[in-house]
Each structure stands twice: as C-alpha cells, then as structure tokens.
Design a protein around this ligand. Sequence first.
Ligand SMILES: [Zn+2]
Length: 330
Amino acid sequence: MDEDVEKLKQRLPLLDYLRQQHWTARPAGHGSEFVGLCPLHPETRPSFYVNASKNLFYCHGCGQGGDLFRFVQLSRYLSFHQSLTYLQEQSAPPADPAAVLEQAATFYQQQLDRYPEALHYLKHRGLHDPASIKELRIGYAPGASLRRHLTAQGHSFHLLRRLGLLNPQDCDAFYRRVVFPCCQAGRIVNLYGRSIDAACAHRFLPGSKGGLYAWEQVRQYPEVILVEGLFDYAVLWQAGFRHLTCSLGTSLNASQFRQLCDRRRSVYLTFDVDANGSGQQASERLAHRLQAHGIATRRVLLPKGHDPNSFFVEGGDARQFQSLLEAAQP
Ligand SMILES: [Zn+2]
C-alpha cells in the first residue's frame, strides 16, 4: 500500500492535480513555491501555498496542509482508502480497450487447462481437439481471478467496470464461463462467455459485438457458410471447414449484412431447425434480403431438431456435413 501511494504521488504531482482541478496560482518567491486562493476555505486574498519540489501544500488561512492524499481527503470528503482508489482512477494512463480485452483473453486462455470442468464442458459440446481450441483462443473464466490479474497490470477498476469485465460490485463479470474472443480487423472487440452451468444464459460484454466473426479470414471466399452460434462455428472449424463465419445470433446487424454483401458470393445458411420453426423463418427472411442484394443463398437442411453443433456432437462428421452442403437448396 505504501509503495502504491508513493508511486502514485510521483505519477501525479500535487501541483498537476491542482491545475487539473483548475487551481490558478502564481510563483511565490523563488524556486518551486506557488500561491493561490485556497480551494478548502472561502477567501479573497491568496494564502494557499504549494511547494512543488516537496509535493506538499499549506494554507495560512485555514491551517490545513499535507500531501496529495490529504488534499483529496479534505476536498472530496473521502477516507484515505477511498482517496487512493479515486487517485488511481484519475492517474491511470488512457488505456486502449482492445489491449485490455487482449490481456483478459490471454489470461482466460491460460486458465483453460487448469480447470477439468471447462475441458469437460468443451468435450460435451463436441470440442476435443487441442489445436482447434488453441487456434480459436478459447479460454475459461473461473471467476474471482481476472480482477487481481488486470489491476496488477495497472488497470483501474473504473476502466474494467466500463468494459464490463467487472460487475458493479467490482467482481469478475464472467464466472464459470467458457470464453471466446471476437475479433475485428485483428483486434478483440468483445468476449463471449458461455456458462458451463445450464442455469445461466450465455452473454457478451456490453458494447459492440463487431461484425461477422473472423470475417477477415473468409471474405475472399466465393462461398461462405454462415452459422448462428460460436459452438456451431467451433465444431465446423475442428472438422476442417474454413470458409465459415458466425452471426452471433439469428438476426444480422447492419454491418454484418453489409459484409456479406460486399461482393458476389454464395452463402450457406445453417440456422437451427428448431421445433417452432423460428430458425427457418429467420433463415427465409435473411435469404430474401440477401437475394435482393445479389447474393446467392442455399439453405442447409440439417436433420430435424439439429444445429451444426448438435449434428457433430451426435456423431456427424465432416463428410456428412459436406454432403448436406452439396444438397443445400437454393
Ligand atoms: Zn485554506
């Protein structure tokens, strides 16, 4: 704690902090002393002195004095501990969100092999090939560990909350979740967390999911397979399919739609064949919209009740899926 305090006072000198708070001052005598109106009590003649080389203040009017921490405690009515948190947030360098998400994804990736329940879950979802798991950078969020890792790298609670990595109680937002990073133009823009406990819904971090998953790798293909979920994507990737992308849900957002239409191509639609028909309806609507933009579509007819993930989980293989692609209806 003492070390944090000293480092912070060096990183954010008292005079800089006061100037950020719009304190105006003139040099007092020689050297590093400045004087101005006291921010801590009402006055008309300046009696608030700051010694920049000692990094201390003293007011001859109200008699208060001390360092940056003392000033923050007095001016913002905070405890010492609260003022430390406040100043850490004030002094944190402006962080690049993609770089923080990159650190989080790497951390989650490193956890995967340490938690048998995570590997067990992946196996249960049809993912068993370590090379594919590594290529897709799949990780595991055990919970209660990311916060310590990222704050030790100097990231503020404020930033981690803003990115959604911490919840409003400052705990890890992802707990017992398999994590997929979503990239755009080579940078991570979001993380998808799939709970390994059936009770919790899957979720993304707040903010944009970006465009189509891994689009840069597939945009040059004249034929593209479009799947709905990341586990559909992962099992097809594992089976060797590469002309593959994912809409991260049944409805495409505007930027995903534009991506699919950015050149003439054929799109294989593989949305769920679910009992209530909503997957087929979504698929039909999308097919019509794409056709109106000059994109050829083909609907892949999976066995009833299946999505690509369950098709592979229940013993389907690459050759059988290839036959379904070849039989796909325009
Ligand atoms: Zn004063």
